[in-house]
Design a protein around this ligand. Structure first.
Ligand code: CP
Length: 308
């Protein structure tokens, strides 16, 4: 283990200036990707996914390749010695010899943090259970910065599974630091934002929290509408999931009263919560958001490897 290695486990460990720098570099890379095509030449990214992923895994891998680096790793831990019972700690000790930086998604909260304690290379948390997803938050920040020109003073509505959605927890905690005016929390009673997150916001920030059940009640007040999927994989039984899975379906009719410059975001994958008819609305930016994820990860990798 090396104490001077910088990891990304939670954005709470990063200053506002550091986060802003990553986002702004992401925008510069988005504007001129060719300027960064050799930034990580000769470096190797280990991509360690103990849980399924499309966007996070492939955007990290694409990011490293576009920076001129290489990738190794697994997308099914059962194809590695994890299937023989190898611990996260031992896996990362060994991977530290083979790679220069590692990105890890794991179903258990705290697994990337544990890995960082045994690692001599930077570890990036790519999602740990229902806990945090800091690089999705960086993706969200770059998207907001691109469309709104600032990260400050927005009214942000988060809709769907606010209980299990790790993207929600990461985003709220970070946007509160960027002087968000108001969070509107839209969820069924069973999936409300955990008390611990609400308490954290109330104790630390001067931010207004409004909780409602239906999007229609608040649609005309929103600057950023962040839709989320009901997290099937976190439910203890199928029946509870089936009862809640279609709680929200955003349609053209529902967004008619919304501000013209509202943006609709979603970390994806979507299941049913945004009708396909909404995709053509200029306010729907969720596919661009997935693209920004690659650029902000290029920025993060460059920074952690000391290239910027
Ligand atoms: N947004 C997100 O984390 O997507 P994946 O699960 O596909 O990586």
């Amino acid at each position: 283990m090396r104490k001077d290695v910088k990891h990304l486990i939670s954005l709470q460990d990063y200053s506002i200036d550091e986060i802003t720098e990553i986002v702004k570099l992401g925008k510069m890379i988005y504007d001129s990707p060719e300027d960064y095509s050799e930034k990580c030449k000769g470096k190797i990214l280990a991509s360690l996914f103990y849980e399924p992923s499309t966007r996070t895994k492939f955007s990290f891998e694409s990011a490293m390749l576009r920076l001129g680096g290489n990738i190794i790793g697994f997308s099914d831990a059962n194809t590695s010695s994890v299937s023989k019972g190898e611990s996260v700690a031992d896996t990362i000790r060994v991977m530290s010899y083979y790679a220069d930086i590692a990105v890890m998604r794991h179903p258990k909260e705290g697994a990337p943090k544990l890995a960082s304690l045994y690692s001599s290379i930077p570890i990036i948390n790519a999602g740990d259970g229902g806990h945090l997803h800091p690089t999705q938050t960086l993706t969200d920040l770059l998207t907001i910065y691109n469309y709104k020109g600032t990260l400050k003073n927005h009214t942000i509505a988060l809709c769907g599974d606010l209980k299990y959605g790790r993207t929600v927890h990461s985003l709220i905690k970070t946007m509160a630091r960027f002087s968000t005016k108001r969070f509107i929390l839209i969820s069924p009673e069973e999936l409300i934002l955990p008390d611990s997150v609400k308490r954290f916001l109330k104790d630390n920030y001067d931010v207004e929290l409004t909780e409602v059940r239906y999007i229609e009640e608040v649609i005309d007040e929103i600057d950023i509408l962040y839709m989320t999927r009901i997290q099937k994989e976190r439910f203890f039984n199928e029946e509870d999931y089936l009862k809640l899975r279609d709680s929200y379906i955003l349609t053209k009719d529902k967004i008619r009263p919304a501000k013209q410059d509202m943006i609709i975001m979603h970390p994806l994958p979507r299941v049913n919560e945004i009708a396909y008819e909404v995709d053509d609305d200029p306010r729907a930016v969720y596919f661009d958001q997935a693209q920004f994820g690659m650029y902000v990860r290029m920025s993060l990798i460059s920074k952690l490897l000391g290239g910027e």
